[in-house]
Design a protein. Structure first.
Length: 79
C-alpha cells in the first residue's frame, strides 16, 4: 500500500480502488473488500448490494449469482 498522507493544499486527483480482491497463492483463502458501506443508505442501492453479495459469494468460493434475489429484497425502486 501507499502510506503517503493526503496534502490538503494539493489539488491532484488520485485514482484509488473502491472494491478490490486478493487471492494469496499460499492459501485457500480469498479476500473481498468494499470501501463503500459507511452509511446505511448505501445498502438501499440494488447495484451496490449486487456487487457486495457477489463479492462475498466469490470470497466464499460459492456460486456468484446465489444471492442475486437479495439485491432487490425490500428495496423501493422508483421509476
Amino acid at each position: 500500500g501507499d502510506d503517503r498522507r493526503q496534502n490538503p493544499g494539493d489539488n491532484t486527483v488520485q485514482t484509488v480502488p473502491v472494491f478490490w480482491t486478493f487471492e494469496p497463492t499460499d492459501s485457500k483463502g480469498r479476500v473481498f473488500v468494499s470501501i463503500f458501506g459507511h452509511y446505511m443508505w448505501t445498502f438501499d442501492d440494488p447495484y451496490f448490494r449486487l456487487l457486495l453479495l457477489r463479492g462475498i459469494a466469490w470470497a466464499g468460493r460459492d456460486y456468484p449469482y446465489r444471492f442475486d434475489a437479495l439485491a432487490v429484497d425490500g428495496v423501493k425502486l422508483e421509476e
